[in-house]
Design a protein around this ligand. Structure first.
Ligand code: ADP
Ligand code: MG
Length: 742
């Protein structure tokens, strides 16, 4: 079983990579840490060795905090407590920045302003009072270091444990500056006034101040990445009006139980998943399914908690409450996906783990080299600080998880639920898309359009009597037709369902079979029906034979209209470079006709339900990466088999289980949108990674003085601080652009 705890105090990719690494090293434990959501997801394979508290202890031992994801309270509570903690943290970051700026600004004025000709009182000028000049700077720096004490506590602890992280770099860099400043101050006291311009106190203070500012901006941006879940949680009302003890009472939502009779007035939100027991109305489900047009509902229809009852007064009976509701499931699904790691993040993780020690090494090496070529001590110090500060891999760590978080969140608000970050990544580079015909390309609501034979009533009577026992959409069409003709049904014996073929049974001792060509293989089709059969199939309608005692007594033509958007969706999929294939258990000719109307070049028809996944694995054997889209009725194995399975039309429970993407609306254009979302998210991740890399790779030689050695400019440690803070802020801001994906 997978478990989850929240890890606090992680500031960069080196932190998350370290925690992940340490936990994974525990025997029989596999773990994954997400920096953006602060979630540590782990699985203890051998519970005799470790328990959850061992894991927590291990995390605390390397210097981070843990908070348990609460056991029972509803999702909302859990969410609100995290939210409160985050907003407190955010306020803390802001205050820390403001206070440290209050000290840093006069410090800059004194140390740098003076050189630029700003006026200082005589008791502070380096010429007349060199010791005061240095001492005041020291006194202004100390409070800033105290405000930023977290960097030193966490950073040195991590360094001491041989798991240096970004805080270690900041701590080292600013400590070097500070210690060098104190050292210079003593030399100044001893009369060596040439140290006056190399105090570096202001570097230490300004770097801390800027990084605090960067953290504040980064966290402020990060707090916007979870708006999608917030919106979903806000869909349900806090209270519901329920009949209890014979009277109508308003009670808290979490007190509602299955079976409660609830009253919902026009304009109100449906509080829980329920079935209508009285009234009819039109329900706006757009928030959940993305389907813009309200759906008419009446007694016996299901309603989803969080949808809006537009115009009718309703009485509904609760069918699912609490964590079982569709909305709660969606929230859980989205949360899991947001905390999930895309394969593309793995490389960044590995790099982060080694990056910090390498940076420390580069810093020492460049110091050493400059010392060997005889550079001044203050120059060497400046180089070493700049390298430590600019090379923080924080942008690298944020690049992937932030984009995944925003991308999946945006998907959820469009009715596209992504179940794993991995499938989001795979979808963007798929080669083939296989679309199930019934329910995906067509409406999946077939109707009987013609009946051929001598006695239409008898044909329908027998057919409907058998189909009464089948769940197939075609069965429903036949039953509807017989109801319309007010036919009664007969009782049947020995009913057999033959998946992908049809149904069989006995009525009054006669063997009745209903189904397709493959079901009646041994029976010869008489000339009488041949031309009807041709007409039906060439129009894309489905032929269903009615057989009595091994003789054809009729032919039923069933039509299922193509969804209005199918044509456009398919041409857009083709534009995206995907090879579109239609898969169906239906008659080949009918299928070909539908395919040709939609410009689909490849059709695989007359496939038995249990062969559908075989079709997918055959394509995979050719080296193709396959997306399969189905409505879930007998498609679960194919959904699982495909590289990416997409369940369309608020699928069945099984479909949601088996699919990687769940498309809440039955609009096939959402398939296009899902693939585009995948492309947009991966593109965003690549931009972020490129930015983070380029920035570090270009930054380091600048900071190390390589460019300077060839006559270029040298990076001031404070500029390194600005650059580093900006890089994480810009990565998070770039990821936030995905909120506007459409
Ligand atoms: P699809 O790929 O369209 O979902 P299925 O595998 O469910 O198709 O069914 C394939 C074919 O099997 C149908 O087109 C129909 O010819 C036949 N069939 C299956 N079940 C029935 C039934 N209950 N009544 C009549 N025909 C059926
Ligand atoms: Mg089907």
């Amino acid at each position: 079983m997978k478990d989850k705890i929240t890890v606090t105090g992680m500031t960069c990719a080196a932190c998350s990579a370290t925690v992940e690494n340490v936990i994974n090293k525990m025997e029989g434990v596999s773990a994954s840490v997400n920096l953006t959501t602060e979630a540590l997801t782990f699985e203890i394979l051998d519970s005799s060795k470790y328990s959850v508290s061992d894991i927590e202890k291990a995390v605390q031992d390397i210097g981070y905090g843990t908070t348990k994801k609460s056991d029972n309270p509803s999702k909302q509570d859990d969410y609100i407590s995290t939210k409160e903690r985050k907003s407190k943290e955010l306020k803390q970051y802001r205050n820390n920045f403001i206070y440290s700026a209050l000290f840093s600004i006069p410090l800059i004025y004194i140390s740098m302003g003076y050189m630029l000709g700003f006026i200082l009182p005589t008791f502070l000028t380096p010429e007349f009072s060199p010791s005061n000049f240095a001492l005041v700077q020291l006194l202004l720096t100390i409070p800033v270091l105290i405000i930023g004490k977290q960097f030193y506590i966490v950073g040195y602890k991590a360094l001491y444990n041989f798991h240096p992280n970004m805080d270690s770099l900041v701590a080292l860099g600013t400590s070097v500056a500070f210690v060098y400043g104190v050292f210079s101050m003593f030399l100044i006291g001893a009369g060596e006034n040439n140290y006056l311009h190399n105090l570096y106190f202001e570097s230490a203070a300004v770097i801390i101040t800027l990084i605090l500012l960067g953290k504040y901006l980064e966290n402020r941006a990060k707090s916007k990445t979870s708006v999608a879940i917030e919106k979903l949680l806000n869909l349900v009302p806090d209270k519901a009006r329920v009949f209890r003890d014979g009277e109508l009472k308003e009670i808290e939502l979490d007190k509602v139980v299955v079976g409660d009779l609830i009253v919902v007035k026009p304009g109100e939100k449906i509080p829980v998943d329920a079935v209508i027991s009285k009234g009819n109305t039109s329900i706006d489900e757009s928030m959940i399914t993305g389907e813009p047009i309200p759906v008419d509902k009446t007694k016996g229809d299901n309603v989803i908690g969080g949808s809006i009852n537009t115009n009718g007064s309703l009485q509904i009976v609760a069918t699912k409450v609490g964590d079982d509701t569709m909305l709660a499931q969606i929230v859980k699904l989205v949360e899991d996906a947001q905390g999930d790691k895309a394969p593309i993040a793995r490389m960044a993780d590995v790099i982060s783990l080694y990056f910090v020690p390498i940076v420390i090494a580069i810093s020492l090496m460049s110091g050493l080299i400059w010392w060997m070529v005889g550079a001044e001590s203050s120059f060497i110090i400046s180089i070493m600080i700049s390298v430590l500060i600019i090379a923080c891999p924080c942008a690298l760590g944020l690049a992937t998880p932030t984009a995944i978080m925003v991308g999946t969140g945006r998907g959820a608000s469009l009715g596209i639920l992504v179940k794993s970050a991995e499938s989001l990544e795979i979808a963007h580079k798929a080669d083939v898309i296989v679309l199930d015909k019934t329910g995906t390309i067509t409406e999946g609501k077939p109707i009987v359009s013609d009946v051929f034979g001598d006695d239409i009533s008898e044909i329908l009577l027998l057919a409907a009597s058998v189909e009464m026992h089948s769940e197939h959409p075609l069965a429903k069409a036949i039953i509807d037709k017989s109801n319309e003709m007010r036919l009664k049904t007969l009782s049947v014996d020995n009913f057999i369902n033959k998946p992908g073929l049809g149904v069989e049974c006995y009525i009054d001792g006669s063997k009745i079979a209903i189904g397709n060509n493959r079901l009646i293989e041994s029976i010869e089709i008489s000339n009488r029906y041949k031309s009807d059969f041709e007409v039906i199939t060439s129009q894309g309608r489905t032929p269903v034979w009615v057989i009595k005692n091994d003789e054809i007594i009729g032919l039923i033509a069933i039509s299922d209209s193509i969804k209005a958007d199918s044509k456009e969706a398919i041409s857009r999929l083709q534009e995206l470079g995907l090879d579109v294939i239609m898969l169906t258990g239906d008659n080949e000719k009918s299928a070909n006709n539908i395919a040709s109307q939609l410009n689909i070049k490849k059709v695989i028809a007359e496939v038995l339900p249990d062969e559908k996944d075989k079709v997918i694995s055959n394509l995979q054997a050719e080296g193709k990466s396959v997306i399969f889209v189905g409505d879930g009725i007998n498609d679960a194995p194919a959904l699982t088999r495909a590289n990416v399975g997409m369940a369309i039309g608020n699928g069945t429970d099984i479909a949601i289980e088996s699919a990687d993407f769940v498309l809440m609306s039955s609009n096939i254009l959402d398939v296009v949108k899902a693939i585009k979302l995948s492309k947009a998210t991966i593109k965003n991740i690549k931009q972020n990674l490129a930015w983070a890399f380029v920035y570090n790779i270009i930054g380091i030689p600048f900071a190390a003085g390589v460019i300077y050695a060839f006559g270029g400019t040298l990076l001031n440690p404070m500029i390194a601080g600005v650059a580093m803070s900006l890089s994480s802020v810009s990565v998070v801001s770039n990821a936030l652009r995905l909120r506007f994906f459409n």
